[in-house]
Write a protein that binds this ligand. Structure first.
Ligand code: TYM
Length: 332
């Protein structure tokens, strides 16, 4: 039986934080032996908000070096930057004619990002989910490892695939499903547990970056906002305390423990003691990735070779899908 196809992407719009790592990249690594995996550094998505060209180039290498340091094997996976495979943009146009304006108007991420400044946002930011659908459908991916914030975009990709298949009476595009990492579907900000941990939060203390030094990690964890009670003794009391619940989730994913096991281990202990242990396990998890990625980052020609080979392999699949899609639509 042929392996199922996995596709996912990460924007090179800044360094990777532990939300990106646990929500997405760690899952990418878990899939690489059992699935046919295609992972893209989605630079076309990144420019929906202005990027400094030099920084963008730098960030593409940066994200790739973190992928590799986290354990992604470039021989087992197709790894490339999105703009090298022009079929992504082409399919986005074709699917843009299937997607409905009303569907895009429902996208909460767009609304959250632009707030009251809708008129000055780029058109690309608005049509972003169509490009994301194209990324996935181009490779007929069945499974898409992502964090919870991408769930609505995945639903839109399914709607587009389904409408296309219905409109042209074909069974062509597969309907992709999101795959989430149980305790890391949404790692929250360390400053305000109502918001997800995000690259764009103004406070550096809201997130732990893969490349943070050990001292920075300790400082951020010890300063993480919590209440002043003892550690919770069961799931219900943990769930009613969002800040501590978030830290318990992070501890659990770092140690591959169930949430119940983490709660039992620290029940009724002091939060400060828990935080010390938490900083240790975060450091143990990300220090090797951080060190290794810094080494890999220096070898630009090695990184460029990986992107070149990855793009060639991706293009082979993508160009076939475009040819078939055009045929279905009635183009020569
Ligand atoms: P991006 O670059 O914002 O984030 C990369 C991945 O990290 C996940 N993530 C999180 N997971 C848990 N907790 C968090 N706080 C957290 N923050 C981010 C995201 O869900 C994502 O999986 N639109 C995508 C990129 C993309 C894509 C695709 C993904 C483009 N095309 C096709 C899947 C399939 C994005 O902006 O990810």
């Amino acid at each position: 039986m042929s392996k199922k196809i996995v596709f996912s992407g990460v924007q090179p719009s800044g360094d990777i934080h532990i939300g990106n790592y646990f929500g997405a990249v760690k899952q990418f690594v878990d899939f690489q032996d059992s699935h046919e995996c295609i992972y893209s550094i989605v630079d076309l998505h990144a420019i929906t908000v202005w990027q400094d060209p030099n920084l963008l180039r730098n960030n593409i290498h940066e994200v790739l070096s973190i992928f590799l340091a986290a354990g992604l094997d470039p021989d087992k996976n197709i790894i490339f930057n999105q703009s090298k495979v022009s079929e992504h943009s082409e399919l986005a146009w074709l699917l843009g004619c299937t997607a409905r304006v009303g569907w895009l108007n429902r996208m909460t991420q767009f609304k959250d990002k632009v707030g009251k400044n809708k008129d000055t946002a780029s058109v690309g930011l608005y049509t972003y989910p169509i490009l994301m659908a194209a990324d996935i459908l181009l490779y007929k991916a069945n499974q898409v490892p992502v964090g919870d914030d991408q769930k609505q975009h995945l639903e839109l990709a399914r709607d587009i695939a389904q409408k296309f298949n219905n409109d042209y009476k074909v069974d062509f595009f597969k309907l992709p499903v999101p795959i989430m990492n149980k305790n890391a579907t949404r790692i929250m900000s360390l400053r305000d547990a109502r918001n997800k941990m995000s690259k764009s939060d103004v406070s550096e203390f809201s997130r732990i970056m893969i490349k943070d030094s050990n001292d920075e990690i300790i400082k951020k964890v010890m300063k993480a906002k919590t209440d002043s009670m003892k550690m919770p003794e069961n799931i219900d009391s943990s769930m009613s305390r969002p800040e501590i619940n978030n830290l318990i989730n992070i501890y659990s994913v770092c140690n591959n423990l169930s949430k119940e096991a983490t709660i039992e281990k620290f029940a009724l202990k002091n939060i400060a003691d828990f935080k010390k242990d938490l900083a240790d396990v975060i450091i143990n998890t990300i220090e090797p990735i951080s060190k290794n990625s810094k080494k890999l980052f220096k070898d630009k020609s090695y990184l460029d070779d990986i992107l070149k080979v990855g793009a060639e392999r991706a293009k082979n699949i993508a160009s076939y899908t475009i040819k078939e899609t055009k045929k279905i639509i009635g183009m020569m």
